[in-house]
Design a protein around this ligand. Structure first.
Ligand code: ADP
Length: 171
């Protein structure tokens, strides 16, 4: 039987416990999961692509110790469908937090299907405790000196604190 491989794309700027929760759920459904860190050049990301990839790798290794061989972390700077082809993934995995995510996610899934009819998008809903959680709020809170330790892995808290120090010292 062929392996079921799903591709979880995102900016992961930075990876939060909400993202990790989606990864944990997906591991129950798929044989393999590719976490695709998008270059997101049109977004002004806090962390560079290289930093975001390293942080996702670190969190995955430390969080999913038993199942880490099922997860591959890659960066991509192409169309999503091209990177998916390269990794032989047929399913796009996305997280759905609230109705507010719906419109954008619906459009994205439709566009991807128009480009690659073979492809299906699977949405997993976040745990209630992560419904409000977004990378954007985590970044904003951390850069203003707030405590984000309940929202992200300790490795991310550390990386955010370092960014905040660099930003404050250059003011
Ligand atoms: P993008 O810039 O592509 O939206 P993100 O890194 O913000 O990338 O999100 C990647 C995916 O993870 C999206 O499908 C998003 O809805 C989902 N996601 C983000 N935060 C959470 C969360 N707290 N719970 C569940 N899914 C989430």
């Amino acid at each position: 039987m062929t392996e079921s491989i799903s591709f979880y794309p995102g900016s992961f700027d930075p990876i939060t416990n909400g993202h990790a929760d989606i990864v944990a759920r997906a591991l129950k459904l798929f044989d393999r999961l590719i976490v695709g860190v998008a270059s997101s050049r049109n977004k002004n990301t806090l962390f560079s692509l290289k930093e975001r990839i390293e942080l996702v790798k670190e969190v995955v290794e430390k969080t999913f110790t038993q199942q880490k061989q099922k997860i591959v972390v890659v960066g991509f700077d192409t169309l999503l469908i091209e990177s998916m082809r390269e990794h032989k993934a047929k399913v796009v995995l996305r997280g759905m937090r609230a109705v507010s995510d719906f419109e954008f996610e619906f459009q994205l899934a439709s566009m991807n299907r128009a480009l690659e009819p073979q492809l299906e998008t699977v949405f997993l809903t976040a745990s209630e405790k992560y419904h409000f959680l977004s990378s954007r709020f985590v970044r904003e809170i951390a850069l203003m000196g707030g405590d984000v330790s309940t929202f992200v892995h300790p490795a991310i808290t550390k990386a955010l604190a370092k960014k905040a120090r660099v930003q404050n010292s250059s003011k």
